[in-house]
Design a protein around this ligand. Sequence first.
Ligand SMILES: C[S@@+](CC[C@H](N)C(=O)[O-])C[C@H]1O[C@@H](n2cnc3c(N)ncnc32)[C@H](O)[C@@H]1O
Length: 538
Amino acid sequence: MSTPAHPLTDPAAVDRLAADLAACGYDADHVPALLGADAHNALGRGQRWPALHVTGRAAADGSALATVTRLFLLGTSEPADAVAAALPLLGIPGGIACGALELADVREGHGAHGTDSADRDGSNGDDGASHPGAALIRAAVDIRPHADDERSYLVVSDFDSDSRPGAVRRDHVLGIGAASVTLARAVIRRPVDRVLDLGTGCGIQALHCDAHAGSVTATDTNPRALALAGATARLNSLDWDLRAGSLFEPVAGERFDLIVSNPPFVISSGTQRFEYRDSGLAGDELCRRLVLGIPDHLTPGGTAQILANWLIRGDGDWRMAVGSWVAATGLDGWVVQREVAPPAQYVALWLQDTGEASEDDAEDLAGEWLDYFARENVTGIGMGSITLRRPEHSRAGTPDVIFDQLTAAGDILTGPEVDAFLARRAYLAAVSDADLLDVRLSLADSDILEQRLLPGRDGWTTVLRMLHRPGGPGASVQLDEWGQALFAGCRGDVTLRTLVELLATAHALDPVALAAAALPTIRTAIARGLLHPVDGIG
Ligand SMILES: C[S@@+](CC[C@H](N)C(=O)[O-])C[C@H]1O[C@@H](n2cnc3c(N)ncnc32)[C@H](O)[C@@H]1O
């Protein structure tokens, strides 16, 4: 039976599949309940055996949900009769015709009904012979439940190399990976009119954006990705404008209120082995072009949030390359470096991701890649995110760009934190020092002052005072003795000017000099959400 060029492009078949999956409860509530907390959490850590074990027994007992979970989430081969019973509307011929299912190699019979897990955990000697000669069916694509705070979705992608050993296909469509989740969590979820998801892959960013956008335009260079993103949309009864093309080509002349992109940022010599990973451009050129293209496509007040990698050469500052891109946009920005990987660690990570690490030519591939980094004097690859905002109204002066190296475990970028940070930076750019002195400020409820003291001849001496806001990315500021006293007075009752004058009088200090010394720290504390103007920031 012939299969279509790309899976799940027949809308009627996708609707039948959606109905079958809904009927057996294949969603983000029922699948975790079927697996149980232990197996579900193990699966989240990439350990499949507990889930195989649980679902194998349930599938053998006739559970359609277990059979579907094994097919589409765990990637096993299942007996045709069980598949036919679990997908009555789609059926096996229909499933194969639309590219959702495929005939499995009979040698893969180990996967059927729990024998993967049973063989490996030694609890069952069954080698699959309970279905001698039975046709085995497997899923051709990974379809998995995914939830946000509001509802449960289904996401269609290709199986990764854990589920289907060996290197993935060149046009592999990435599923929900760690980078996808990092970006989705950081995106500002304010209601907006138009969203662009550039490099949509399986459609995970588009899916989250759909909940707060008037319309979603999603682009990709990979036709298979566009097909699977289309299937993701249809399975969830959503409608996206899917367009083929590189970078901003498909949206020339159009502007968006929100642009999100988790692009193929992986840095190499420019060889493209996998479309989801390699851009085909040498070095960090893809990310540079992506950043430079943003200003022409953002509405006033619009925001772009992208993930990126950048090269660090020799003992250079990590901000050099990425800083020059951002400066060229003329937009306000927040650049966050989360991690710096030495070349060997970086190459190992990405060979593992594609399944190439277990191939015969892994050593050659790694060698060529490392030689490229050595030729280019690359000592590290910075990984992080870039947020750019076009101010609502054009204003004179230098754009406000902040660079942060956030590596602490608690320094997580969330949509509300990014939104609040940008709003606070815009407030600070607009308020003069004189006006700021007339503002009543308050400490955040969650602020913590941490002190370090050293023993000395006269007892303990405070050598460090750090004010933190737990959960706030980069939300800490170092205070001196006067700063500590001044911040202690920030209870929202009196203006900053009054506090400065009271402190100056009490310690016989010059109030003008004290204000000038304190204001930079006050501004940093406001930017980081450690202090906030009680009358709001407009
Ligand atoms: C890392 S995947 C990200 C998929 C998904 N958006 C996510 O967040 O998981 C990158 C996607 O960008 C696509 N892509 C590669 N080169 C591109 C280009 N020049 N322009 C637009 N998309 C591209 C790939 O095909 C792939 O689907």
